[in-house]
Design a protein. Structure first.
Length: 364
């Protein structure tokens, strides 16, 4: 296929929304660079962004049917991700007491994002072949194992927020595949029991503190709720039009914690105001509309379930991140998809969109 003709068939609404979100993130990074007197984060993010656009187009050239019809390839990708997650505990350097990232020169790599994509693919493959047999409890259990293994390894890093996203992907694909109501209710009860076990035996003290401070924010205002309070000050002071790029007091005076990742939404709210937040949410709305359109119009179950899993992954992570910034959810350390700084965040998001673009072209 001629490359130009191929590019013309891409979903440009999908591309526009993803690019717009990334550009808003880079504008926020520019402001953060003013406060730091260094634009290294902006330059690196711009490099990741450009590489991601080319990667999306490159991946869209490959017929997704070569993937979905090759079970061995899907399983290989999944197990490579599991091996990469395991390797974290042996080969990743310890940073602030935890091991979560491989260091490759000046770059860092965490296999969590590619693991999410591989999980969506393997679950889409599994249920696209068994959706008429979903009444059999064994399929719920077996699919749960696919989600459980990476969840445990990610939890041990510890990355509790990413575990929540993985569970949401599994449950979401289960619901779309047609799980029975009574089985879903049993699943909810099992989840409550699992949370009780986590709280009693597995959660680290700082993870419990985050949840406690969320329920009772006045418990420790100088520690657990400090991040939330500074984010709320930034958001509340933005007003309708914002204070202007490089003029936000919370950002420029460095009161806002992790402004380039966890709290980049607060940067946008303070300096771009309600107008900027509305634009941000509108771009996310366009993105979800186009992905869900693919799911609703899909001619194959695999495409429908992949699009569903991808929309759940992005939406759930967006919901948690913005909820953290607004103080209505605990601070559990999840970046804002396509917006927050980080090569893993932006590169693998565009990689997934490239796979979706090919599905759009294949089924058009």
């Amino acid at each position: 296929m001629n490359l130009l003709n191929h590019i013309k068939k891409l979903d440009f609404f999908l591309i526009f929304s993803a690019v717009a979100l990334s550009v808003m993130g880079m504008i926020a990074l520019y402001s953060i660079g003013l406060s730091e007197e260094s634009f290294s984060l902006l330059y690196r993010q711009a490099g990741f962004f450009i590489a991601s656009i080319f990667l999306m187009i490159f991946v869209s050239l490959f017929d997704n049917r070569n993937i979905r019809e090759n079970s061995a390839l899907i399983l290989t990708l999944y197990f490579l991700c599991i091996v990469a997650l395991l390797g974290i505990f042996f080969f990743a350097p310890e940073i602030r007491g935890i091991k979560s990232w491989y260091k490759i020169g000046s770059l860092s790599f965490n296999p969590i994002e590619i693991t999410k994509i591989s999980l969506i693919i393997i679950l889409a493959k599994y249920f696209s072949k068994r959706h008429v047999e979903l009444y059999k409890i064994k399929h719920i259990i077996l699919s749960g194992i696919y989600a459980f293994i990476p969840s445990v390894l990610i939890f041990l890093q510890p990355e509790f927020g990413s575990v929540m996203v993985i569970v949401a992907i599994w449950v979401g694909i289960l619901l779309v595949s047609g799980i029975r109501l009574k089985d879903f209710i049993l699943l909810c009860f099992a989840s409550l029991i699992a949370f009780g076990v986590l709280w009693s035996f597995l959660l680290e003290p700082y993870q419990k503190d985050r949840i406690i401070n969320f329920v009772n924010p006045e418990e420790d205002p100088l520690k657990g709720s400090w991040n939330r309070d500074q984010a709320l000050i930034a958001i509340g002071s933005g007003g309708i039009l914002g204070k202007g790029i490089g003029e936000g007091s919370q950002v420029q005076n460095k009161f806002l914690p992790e402004p380039e990742t966890d709290f980049i939404f607060s940067v946008i709210a303070e300096e771009m105001g309600l107008v900027g937040v509305t634009a941000l949410l509108s771009f996310f709305g366009i993105l979800f509309w186009r992905i869900l359109k693919v799911a609703l119009e899909a001619r194959s179950n695999f495409t429908r379930l992949f699009a569903t899993g991808l929309s759940i992954s992005i939406f759930f992570q967006m919901l948690i991140n913005i909820g953290m910034n607004l103080g209505i959810l605990p601070v559990i350390g999840l970046p804002l998809p396509l917006v927050s700084y980080g090569g893993n965040n932006i590169v693998f998001a565009f990689l997934a969109l490239g796979i979706l673009q090919n599905m759009i072209i294949t089924e058009s």
